[in-house]
Design a binder for this molecule. Structure first.
Ligand SMILES: Nc1ncnc2c1ncn2[C@@H]1O[C@H](COP(=O)(O)OP(=O)(O)O)[C@@H](O)[C@H]1O
Ligand SMILES: [Mg+2]
Length: 267
């Protein structure tokens, strides 16, 4: 058991779909592995894009996060290795689509994921890819993890959606998980030629200050092509601007993690 510690627990969340959560979860996980971290990516979205995006065929999946949440399966038993060294994934399954309703009547329904991952595991990081809603599955992630990474697409209603999310975080912190914090907001699909994008980006930075990572993820076709090859963009085309941006983002995430640990040690 001597290589088992309680891992750092992060979730990538935003109740809006199509903002870059899964792309961020996959590439951030891969970048962390590239600097030697052992990472477990948990696919909590019934759509399973993180699973397939890492080259895991849905019909080859025997057990999934569903079995962890409902049958007390261990994440270490359900996790499958990916083509990325040191990166394993707990796959999603279509059964997860019904999980939301099953959870409503389940005991300790908000704590299922926490019980599965807040314990010594053979990983340095567990990263949860959340579904595009603030449902009970997402709530399970918010209760389980310590930090959220929030991808934000710079569009007109972005700030409104964000305030809904921050309210939820505050509520969870008061009740189910006092440790929860937004580690950072990452601007995604940034198109420098688009004026609105720049405007929204400025507003978000004004409002959230240094909560926003300095790194911005550009709109980049390599990021959208990579999943169809079952590869993270960082491996599919490491030199592409999108991949490079995610490598930069990972450095910032690690930096903020270190700061947090320092503060915890001082306290
Ligand atoms: N920076 C980007 N540039 C271009 N396409 C992107 C970028 N980020 C994500 N995409 C594409 O946009 C779609 C939605 O991204 P995804 O990460 O699946 O969002 P979410 O998980 O929030 O629904 C996917 O097809 C993805 O490949
Ligand atoms: Mg997704």
């Amino acid at each position: 058991m001597n290589n088992h510690y309680i891992p750092r627990l992060l979730a990538v969340a935003n109740q809006k779909g199509g903002v870059g959560k899964t792309t961020t979860a996959i590439n951030l996980s891969t970048a962390l592995c590239a600097v030697g971290k052992r990472v477990l990516l948990i696919d909590l979205d019934p759509q399973g894009n993180a699973t397939t995006g890492l080259g895991i065929k849905r019909n080859s999946i025997e057990r999934s996060i569903y079995d962890v949440l409902f049958d007390d399966a261990e994440v270490t038993d359900v996790a499958v290795k990916t083509k990325v060294r040191k990166l394993s994934v707990v796959p999603s399954s279509i059964h997860l689509a019904g999980a939301e309703i099953e959870l409503v009547t389940a005991h300790y329904r908000e704590y299922r994921l926490k019980n599965a991952i807040r314990k010594p595991l053979p990983y340095d990081y567990v990263i949860v890819d959340c579904p595009p809603s603030l449902n009970l599955l997402t709530l399970n992630a918010f209760v389980a993890v310590e930090s959220l990474i929030v991808p934000l697409q710079c569009e007109f209603y972005a700030l409104e959606g964000l305030s809904h999310l921050t309210k939820t975080v505050r509520r969870v912190r008061k009740t189910l998980n006092p440790d929860l914090d937004i580690q950072g907001i990452v601007l995604t699909m940034v198109d420098r030629r688009n004026k609105l994008t720049g405007q929204v980006a400025d507003d978000v930075r004004k409002f959230f200050g240094d909560k926003v990572y300095l790194t911005q993820i550009p709109r980049n076709v390599r990021l959208s092509e990579a999943p169809s090859y079952g590869l993270p963009a960082i491996i599919y085309d490491m030199k592409s601007p999108g991949a490079q941006a995610y490598i930069q983002l990972a450095k910032e995430v690690i930096g903020r993690e270190r700061e947090l640990l320092k503060q915890q040690n001082v306290a």
